[in-house]
Each structure stands twice: as C-alpha cells, then as structure tokens.
Design a protein around this ligand. Structure first.
Ligand SMILES: [Zn+2]
Length: 308
C-alpha cells in the first residue's frame, strides 16, 4: 500500500542516493518547502515540491497541513541490554582510577558480565523493554543493540535472545550485534586463544542457527583484542553472513581501522584517538565513522576529532 503525504511545510534531510556523506557534503541540510513524499511498504518511493507532484494511483493520502517532516533519530550503537548500571564506578573514578585500571580490577565490562549471568531472562527482558520504551518516547525511531556482557555462551545467547524478543514485540526496526569479543573473561585471562575459539566454534554456530544477529563486533584495543584477533573473529562472522561493526581507536590506535576496513566493516565506532594514517584509510572507504560523544562525556575521555 502506498502512503502519500501532502502539504508538508518543510521536508528536512531527504536526499537521493544511499552512500554515506563525506567531508563538505555534510555541510548542507536539504530542506524542501511545501513538499510531498510517497512511501510503499515503509520505503520512500519519491518526494519533491507539491507543484511538481505527479499523479499516484492506489494510495492513502495524509495531509500534513504545513507541518514539518524529518527522519527520526537512528541510534546505531547501543548497549541497551544490561543487568545493572555502572554508576558505582564513578566512585573509583573520583578516587583517581582510570578506565583501564577499573577494568583491570575486574570492574567495567567484566563486572557487568557477572551481573548478566546472575539475572533471569524475564527480569532482564522487562528491564530492557522499559529502557526501549523510554528512548522511543525521546524520539528514537530505529536502534542497534549489542550483546557483549555475557562473555560465555549462555550469557551471550541470553542477551541476543532478549534482543530477538524485543524485535518481535516492538514496531521500530531493531538490529542485533553479537559482541562476544567485548573483553576477555577472567577465566580465560591466560588463554585468550581458547576464548576466541569458544566464540568461533561454540557461540557463532548457535547464533547463526537461531538467526540471533545481524552484525558482529569486536573491541579492538590494548588489553582486549589485537587487529589479528579482530580479523579472525570478523572472518568467522562473515562465514555466517554477519557484517562487521567494530569498536576501534577508543584509547589507542593499534591498527583496528585497517582490520575493520579489510573486512568491509559497515562502521568503525569510537575513534577518539586517530593517526594521520587512520584518517587516510577511512577517507577512501565507504565505511561509516560513528562517534560516541555521550561516552566521552560519561567516562571523561577526549572527544573524537569530528571536524577533522
Ligand atoms: Zn560500545
């Protein structure tokens, strides 16, 4: 069924094509005054000025009477499913500990993982659904949600099954990302290779079989996963059709962008620490640079050099 929207006062941020914008092309915000827009099965078919509108058949007409129409907020990087907040770490931070020191003490991601594995499915689902409802009320129209606080087969599957249930019960588009390689769990501290094998040989086949993920992610960072390990995990994901979205360059530039681009990543996320070589690589690719200013604000680290 076609839906025709007419008499749109201002149609904002609609442009032909689907390539990510680069450099100066981002300077311009397209606005069409007194516009129409037609959709079919939730996809935009055509748009333009009311005065240029062709005749459309078989449509439902919605008259906007001069109102503004713009895209909803698309949140492409979230960790919406979690058992308990990390607010307690503020005390560690006030006492002068760095993110890395908190993580090395078993705080941070590892601490969150312990909590995920101790909470039952229904409680975790209810908490996640409450948060999702809240962010929808703020204007989020599409969202990506990651696993990554399970760090064992059972915990990771639990998180991904919760995301799958959210997909089923909510109308907004939800994409799911498998982030088993978010950190190395303490029991594998001295045998990271075995944990990577667990991800590849135990978790991925079940995830693929139950269709639990759209993307695969790795935290490529010192004390987490190297570019070589990232490459191995992304390639394993690709064998099941999972596209990469990768955490890179949050604290150090260690070759994560290159590894992500070699695997045709949809996005590279964080980018607080960038080298000239990183800019060069990224500017020649179609991979989307995702920055997380909320994260910089929250953990008090430098912001990504967005202008550059
Ligand atoms: Zn993240």
């Amino acid at each position: 069924m076609k839906k025709l929207f007419i008499n749109i006062g201002q149609l904002v941020q609609v442009r032909p094509g689907n390539k990510p914008l680069r450099g100066k092309t981002m300077n311009k915000l397209p606005v069409i005054k007194n516009a129409y827009l037609i959709t079919e099965n939730h996809k935009i078919l055509d748009f333009g000025k009311m005065s240029d509108m062709p005749v459309f058949n078989h449509k439902e007409v919605i008259d906007l009477q001069g109102k503004l129409m713009m895209p909803a907020w698309i949140d492409s990087h979230t960790h919406l499913v979690f058992a308990a907040s990390r607010a307690g770490e503020f005390v560690d931070k006030i006492n002068g500990l760095s993110y890395e020191e908190i993580a090395l003490r078993g705080g941070g991601i590892l601490n969150s993982a312990k909590k995920i594995n101790n909470i039952d499915f229904d409680t975790l689902y209810r908490q996640s659904a409450r948060l999702l409802t809240e962010i929808i009320s703020y204007g989020t129209g599409a969202i990506e949600i990651k696993s990554g606080y399970g760090l064992n087969t059972e915990g990771e599957l639990k998180m991904l099954r919760i995301i799958k249930k959210l997909k089923k019960n909510y109308k907004l588009p939800i994409k799911s990302t498998f982030l088993g390689a978010h950190a190395v769990p303490s029991e594998y501290k001295n045998d990271k290779k075995a944990y990577i094998e667990l991800i590849i040989n135990d978790m991925l086949p079940v995830i693929a079989q139950e269709k639990l993920a759209d993307y695969i992610d790795v935290f490529c960072e010192k004390n987490y996963f190297t570019p070589e390990e990232t490459n191995l995990i992304l390639q394993a994901g690709a064998r099941y059709g999972l596209k990469p979205k990768v955490h890179v360059n949050q604290f150090n530039s260690i070759g994560g962008i290159e590894a992500a681009l070699n695997n045709k990543a949809v996005s590279v996320d964080h980018l607080e620490v960038m080298t000239e070589n990183d800019y060069e690589l990224l500017s020649c690719s179609d991979t989307i640079a995702t920055v997380l200013p909320g994260c910089s604000f929250f953990i008090n680290i430098p912001y990504a050099p967005v202008k550059k």
